[in-house]
Design a protein around this ligand. Sequence first.
Ligand code: PLP
Length: 382
Amino acid sequence: MSGDRHGRILLSPPEVGEAEEEAVLRALRSGWIAPAGPELDAFERELAARCGRDHAVALSSGTAALHLILLALGVGPGDTVLVSTLTFVASVNPIRYVGAEPVLIDAEPDRWNIDPSLVADELADRGRRGRPPAAVVAVDLYGRCCDYSALEAVCAEHEVPLVVDAAESLGANHEGPDGVVRPAGQAGVAAVLSFNGNKIITTSGGGAVVTDDEALSDRVRHLATQAREPAAHYEHRDLGYNYRLSNLLAALGRAQLSSLDERVAGRRKVAMRYEESLGPLDGVSFPATDPGWNGWLTCLLLDPRAGLPDPESVRSELDATGIEARRAWKPMHRQPLYAEAATRLSGVADQVFDRGLCLPSSHALSTAEVDRVIDALTAALG
Ligand SMILES: *Cc1c(COP(=O)(O)O)cnc(C)c1O
């Protein structure tokens, strides 16, 4: 059951049960009602393990996580940062928070993640001009890992740190050309996670930085706790933030994390049913098959050349029948906020936005609910 109380089928609602209730109660009764405590420590250990990393710092949001990792890497005014244009705005805003400017890079056609060849071209151009960017932020879009292997290679060649925005991909895997399989978040100097209400696991709001670099992890932790120096009196050298996750919410996160594998399997099952039913329709297409995908959101493309309607009219038609669908992310280069930003575009992101539609994707959807979406969508396509 993944509808709300009025029988609507929602895109990706939070799913909590008894395990979550018990976990929060346990934390509440333990007396650790603070942004510190044993649940927080355990959640960080479990997140690090899940992402194959040595360290995790749990924070108040994914946006805060990206903000602090950029600060910890020393990104600041006058710097540029390469970032995917096809993403949620939270991948890009932290670049402006630290006074740097984004360079918006287009997506590769199969899986819609940042195109490593465009990143390579941009790094080469900027390198020649003696103005390398301060970092590359690569997003794992809709739960598919971006090309960790190719991006790590090109970033290493140009000595630019790679940060992975894994907000949507917890539980996914990336298989390298050498056949080595790595969990989402195990690439670059650090990766950021999100536990917002619509993500694959939620703490109602939260995020994390995962990294193997102890100094970086210490720095993020320090900045997240008002940059308080270790002194009995309150001593401050740096400008800090209040960005820690609370112990109570960490307990919720632990309960959610323990069901991550079932969530991935459930979402993939939903996606498979969509693909089997809708894939054969003329003009409907899905991103390339990815065995490591976590199934976070199923998004399909509707080709107008096959006579299919535009995604906005399909979205509103589904809405009228009680089904919440969503347009694909509107690329950052088409947002008024980033209209002036530098770009390297190929047209893929534009096409995904112009044709893309995301369908209800919760692991808790029943087969009957998925079929209701399929029937409504088939009717809307005419
Ligand atoms: C959700 C999301 C974020 C931000 O996470 P919050 O926890 O909501 O701040 C960042 N990047 C992407 C790609 C996201 O989907």
